[in-house]
Design a binder for this molecule. Structure first.
Ligand code: C2E
Ligand code: MG
Ligand code: MG
Length: 715
C-alpha cells in the first residue's frame, strides 16, 4: 500500500531544483509512481472545503475532475464532492485519527464529475508545522467501489442464505462430530419441539443419548460420516422435547477445513412420521388379512421359513396345519356375510388362544386358516395341539339367532418328515386337509405319500374324463321310485355310471363327479345326462309304457351357469318330452347357498312345468322359512337317516319331522335308500309318500328298467 509520509519527499517540492543525484532519482521515482498509481495522492488543508494543494494525476480517473479543477478549489472542492451523507462522518474520522495517532483511515462515498457515486478508501497523516500544529494533511485515496460491490453481494448472499436457513421448512443443523449443536434453524427447533434454535442448542447437549431413541442409530450415523463423508435419507425414530417419538430423515455431510480436519457435520432433517406410519400401514396391510388381522399367506410363508430355519439348527419338528371350517359357506350364505365375518373373527381368536406365542395362525383366505407349530418335540406333541384345536373350534358358537356347532377339518404336514421347504409342506397339509374332509369332516389327517398319489390319480382321472364324453363311455341307470301306498312305480331316478374301457366294473358317480365338478367337466357331462334321460323317457312313452317322472341330478356348478333354464327348455323341445315328466334334483346344502338367484331359476323351471326335488334332505341347514320360499315339489330324506330309522331314536325323530314338515308345505316326501321291510314299514306308517331303494330295486340299465315298467303295466 502506498503511503506518503511527512518525512518523505513531497510532491509539492517536485519543482525545487535538486542538487544531489540520489535525491533527484528519488523524486523522479516518486513522480513516476504517483502518475501511475491507481488512486490519488494528495495534500490538503484542514479547512472546511478540504482545499487541495496538490493532487496526483490519478485525480482524473478517481473523481472525473482534472487536477487543476480541484486544486485550490478551482472548480469544485473536495468537501463538495464528498457524499453529503458521509461528510460529517469523514471529517470526524479524520480529526479523531489525527488527534489519536496523527493518522487516519476512512471509507466513504465520492460524487464524481460524471454524476457517479464511488466508494473510496482514504488514508493519510497530518503534516506538523513549525509550531507543532497540523494544518495540512497528506494521503492517498483509492476507488474501492468494486470491493464494495463484492462485499455487498456477499452480504446480500449471506442475507439470502440466512433467510433460507431461517425460513426453511426442513430443519438445518451444524453439529460437532461428538454430538453438540453449533447451529440450528427454527424449523429444526420446531421439529424437535423447542421454542427457538437457542433453546434447542442449549437443551440438547448429547445428541446420541438425548435425541435418538436407539443410541445405536447415532453410532451408525457417525460411522457413515467417517466412511463416506455423508449420510443420505438416514431414517431414525427420535425423541421430541416432550418425550414423544417422531421419525426423521437426515441428509448430512462432513465439513472439513483446508487441512482436512473435520470441523463439523451439517445437514438437513425432515420429519417423516406420517409417511412412516403410512408405510407401516401399507406393510401391515400387505402382510395381514384385513378381516381378522392375522398374517396372510405372504407373511405365513415368511414365518414358516424362519421356523424351518430354526428347526434345522435345533433338530426339531415343525408342523403345518391347514384348518378349514366345515360348511362355512352355508352359514355365510344363509345367515349373511356379517354373521360369516363374525364367525371367522371368533374362530381366528379361538385358534390364537389354542397356540403359543411362537406359533403362527394365518388366514389363507375364505374359511381356511394355516397354523405353523414351531419347535415341536415330536408328532405326539403336534397331535395333542391339533386335537385341542378341533375341540376348541367345535365348542358351541353363539350367533344372533341361536347357537351353532361349528367344526373344522385339519390336514397336517411335518418337517422334516414330509418335506424341507415351506411350499412343499403347505401343499402336503392342504392335501391332508382334503382327505380329512373326505373322511367326513370334524377330524384331522396327517399327510401321507398316498395322498399325493391320490392327487395325481385325480389329475389322470380328469384327463380320462375329458375323453370319456367323446368316446360315449357314460351310461344312465334308472332306479324306480315307488308309491308307498300302492306299491307302484311312479318315477325313476337317472343315475350316471362310467364304463371305463380298461375296467370290468362300472365306475360309480362318487368316484368321478367331484373331479368333474372341480374341472368344470360336469357341465357337458350333466348336459349329456339330461338329454339322455329325457330322450329315454320320451322313448318309453312312445313305446306305450305308462308315463313316469324321470329325475335327473343337477350339480350346483350346472345350476350356477346362466344358460341352464334355456338348456332344459331346449332339451324338452328337442326330445319332445313334456316338462311335467322331468324332475330335477338339487342337494339341500346347495339350495341354501345362493337362495335368491336359485329361487329365480327355479321359478323359470317351474314355468316349463318341470318338477323340483330337494335331494339328501336333512343333511343341510334348511330352515322352514327358507324352504317355504322355494317352488319345490319333493323332499328326499337322505339315506343316512333311513338306514338306522328302526334303531336310532334320533334318526327316527328326524325322519318323522321331515315327513311332517314336507306335508305342512304340501310337498311329497320320498325315503331314499330303503333296504329293509322294517324301514319301509316305518316310512309307510309315518305317512311318507314314496320310497326308493334296494328293497324294491337297485338302479337298473335302461332295458331292464323298461322291462320292469312293462311288467307293472301288464298287472
Ligand atoms: P343321490 O342323488 O342321492 O342318489 C342316490 C344314491 O343312493 C345312488 O347312488 C343310488 O344308487 C344309491 N342308493 C339307492 N338305493 C339305495 C339303497 O337302498 N341303499 C344304498 N346304500 N344306496 C342306495 P349312486 O348311483 O352311486 O349315486 C351317487 C350320487 O352321485 C347321487 O346321489 C348323486 O348325487 C350323484 N349323481 C348320480 N348321477 C348323477 C348325475 O347324472 N349328475 C350329477 N350331477 N350327479 C349324479
Ligand atoms: Mg339324487
Ligand atoms: Mg340322495
Amino acid at each position: 500500500m502506498t503511503e506518503v509520509n511527512a518525512t518523505g519527499a513531497m510532491p509539492a517540492r517536485a519543482g525545487t531544483p535538486l542538487r544531489e543525484a540520489g535525491l533527484l532519482d528519488r523524486n523522479r521515482l516518486l513522480a513516476t509512481l504517483m502518475s501511475n498509481l491507481v488512486g490519488m495522492v494528495y495534500r490538503c488543508r484542514l479547512d472546511a472545503e478540504w482545499t487541495m494543494e496538490f493532487v496526483s494525476d490519478g485525480c482524473l480517473e478517481l473523481t472525473g475532475y482534472a487536477s487543476g479543477e480541484l486544486v485550490r478549489n478551482a472548480r469544485t472542492s473536495y468537501e463538495r464532492i464528498t457524499h453529503p451523507d458521509d461528510r460529517e462522518r469523514v471529517r470526524a474520522a479524520i480529526h479523531e485519527g489525527l488527534a489519536r495517532a496523527n493518522r487516519y483511515d476512512v471509507e466513504y462515498r465520492l460524487l464524481r464529475a460524471d454524476g457517479d457515486t464511488r466508494w473510496v478508501w482514504e488514508r493519510g497523516v497530518g503534516v506538523v508545522n513549525g509550531d507543532g500544529r497540523v494544518e495540512v494533511i497528506e494521503g492517498f485515496i483509492q476507488d474501492i467501489s468494486q470491493r464494495h460491490t463484492a462485499e455487498d453481494a456477499l452480504r446480500e448472499a449471506e442475507r439470502r442464505y440466512r433467510s433460507i436457513f431461517e425460513h426453511a421448512t426442513e430443519g438445518i443443523f451444524q453439529t460437532t462430530p461428538d454430538g453438540r449443536y453449533l447451529d440450528a434453524n427454527p424449523a429444526l427447533a420446531r421439529i424437535y419441539g423447542y421454542a427457538t434454535p437457542e433453546a434447542l442448542i442449549a437443551g440438547l447437549s448429547d445428541i446420541q443419548h438425548q435425541l435418538y431413541v436407539d443410541p445405536e442409530r447415532r453410532r451408525e450415523f457417525v460411522r457413515l460420516m467417517r466412511e463416506y463423508g455423508h449420510a443420505r435419507n438416514f431414517e431414525s425414530p427420535v425423541y421430541r422435547r416432550d418425550g414423544g417419538v417422531i421419525w426423521i430423515s437426515e441428509n448430512a455431510r462432513e465439513v472439513r477445513d483446508e487441512n482436512g480436519t473435520v470441523v463439523c457435520y451439517e445437514g438437513t432433517v425432515v420429519e417423516i412420521t406420517e409417511r412412516k406410519r403410512y408405510q407401516e400401514e401399507l406393510e401391515y396391510q400387505a402382510s395381514h388379512d384385513g378381516l381378522t388381522g392375522l398374517p396372510n399367506r405372504a407373511l405365513l410363508v415368511d414365518r414358516l421359513g424362519q421356523a424351518l430355519h430354526a428347526a434345522r439348527r435345533d433338530n426339531r419338528v415343525v408342523a403345518v396345519a391347514f384348518v378349514d371350517l366345515d360348511h362355512f359357506k352355508l352359514i355365510n350364505d344363509s345367515l349373511g356375510h356379517h354373521v360369516g365375518d363374525r364367525l371367522l373373527l371368533d374362530m381366528a381368536a379361538r385358534l390364537r388362544a389354542c397356540l403359543r406365542g411362537q406359533d403362527t395362525v394365518a388366514r389363507q383366505g375364505g374359511d381356511e386358516f394355516v397354523l405353523v407349530l414351531a419347535d415341536q418335540p415330536d408328532e405326539a406333541g403336534v397331535t395333542r395341539v391339533v386335537r385341542r384345536v378341533l375341540d376348541t373350534i367345535s365348542r358351541p358358537w353363539a350367533a344372533e339367532h341361536g347357537e351353532y356347532s361349528i367344526s373344522c377339518s385339519i390336514g397336517v404336514s411335518l418337517y422334516p418328515r414330509d418335506g424341507e421347504a415351506a411350499e412343499a409342506l403347505l401343499k402336503c397339509a392342504d392335501l391332508a386337509m382334503f382327505k380329512a374332509k373326505d373322511l367326513g369332516r370334524d377330524t384331522f389327517q396327517y399327510y401321507t405319500p398316498e395322498l399325493n398319489h391320490a392327487a395325481l390319480d385325480r389329475l389322470a382321472l380328469a384327463n380320462q374324463l375329458r375323453q370319456a364324453l367323446e368316446r360315449d363311455e357314460f351310461v344312465l341307470h334308472y332306479q324306480p321310485r315307488v308309491d308307498l301306498a300302492s306299491g307302484r312305480i311312479v318315477g325313476a331316478e337317472a343315475l350316471i355310471r362310467w364304463r371305463q374301457p380298461e375296467r370290468d366294473e362300472l365306475t360309480p358317480p362318487d368316484r368321478f363327479i367331484p373331479v368333474a365338478e372341480e374341472t368344470g367337466l360336469i357341465v357337458p357331462i350333466g348336459a349329456w345326462a339330461l338329454r339322455e334321460a329325457c330322450a329315454r323317457n320320451r322313448a318309453w312313452q312312445a313305446a306305450g309304457l305308462p308315463p313316469i317322472v324321470v329325475s335327473v341330478n343337477l350339480s350346483p356348478i350346472q345350476f350356477r351357469r346362466a344358460g341352464l333354464v334355456a338348456e332344459v327348455a331346449d332339451v324338452l323341445t328337442g326330445t319332445g318330452l313334456d316338462g311335467r315328466w322331468l324332475e330335477l334334483e338339487l342337494t339341500e346344502s346347495f339350495i341354501m347357498q345362493d337362495a335368491e338367484r336359485i329361487n329365480l331359476a327355479m321359478a323359470a323351471l317351474k314355468a316349463l312345468a318341470v318338477e323340483i326335488a330337494v335331494d339328501d334332505f336333512g343333511t343341510g341347514y334348511s330352515s322352514l322359512s327358507y324352504l317355504k320360499r322355494f317352488p319345490v315339489d319333493r323332499l328326499k330324506i337322505d339315506k343316512s337317516f333311513v338306514r338306522d330309522v328302526n334303531i336310532d331314536a334320533d334318526d327316527a325323530a328326524i325322519a318323522r319331522a321331515i315327513i311332517s314338515l314336507g306335508h305342512t308345505l304340501n310337498l311329497r316326501v320320498v325315503a331314499e335308500g330303503v333296504e329293509t321291510d322294517a324301514q319301509r314299514d316305518f316310512m309307510r306308517s309315518h305317512g311318507c309318500d314314496e320310497m326308493q331303494g334296494y328293497l324294491f330295486s337297485r338302479p337298473l340299465p335302461a332295458p331292464e328298467f323298461e322291462a320292469l315298467l312293462r311288467g307293472q303295466a301288464a298287472d
